[in-house]
Design a protein. Structure first.
Length: 115
């Protein structure tokens, strides 16, 4: 679905949801590019300021990314944004199931440094 022009048109979907108080505290506004980093890595992603997430929490619901060399999905590569895998620590496991934990990951948020 990420490689269909009809399904990727419209507003960007790969945005980092940030509570208004957290965004203000970090000098971020809707549409700004932020640096999201963890022990595993860092990504630069557009900010979407919203009160639909709690203070102190961020969400990257559409962080699939299709930008890797050899992916062969031109439309998806142009529209899908960054990959949440780049900040997900493969050693961070759900203790009960032993599977990868994809939420509850400690991250830091700051404005991206312009390149």
């Amino acid at each position: 679905m990420h490689n269909s022009r009809r399904l990727v048109k419209g507003r960007p979907r790969c945005t980092l949801l940030v509570h208004p108080d957290d965004a203000a505290r970090r000098g971020l506004a809707d549409g700004d590019i932020a640096r999201l980093s963890s022990a595993a890595g860092a990504i630069d992603v557009p900010v979407e300021v919203t009160d639909s997430v709690m203070r102190g929490v961020v969400s990257l619901p559409h962080g699939w990314g299709h930008h890797r060399d050899g992916t062969q999905l031109r439309v998806a590569a142009a529209h899908a944004g960054v990959s949440a895998n780049d900040v997900t620590d493969e050693r961070f496991l759900d203790e009960l199931t032993g599977t990868a934990a994809l939420s509850g990951l400690a991250v830091e948020l700051q404005p991206a440094v312009p390149s």
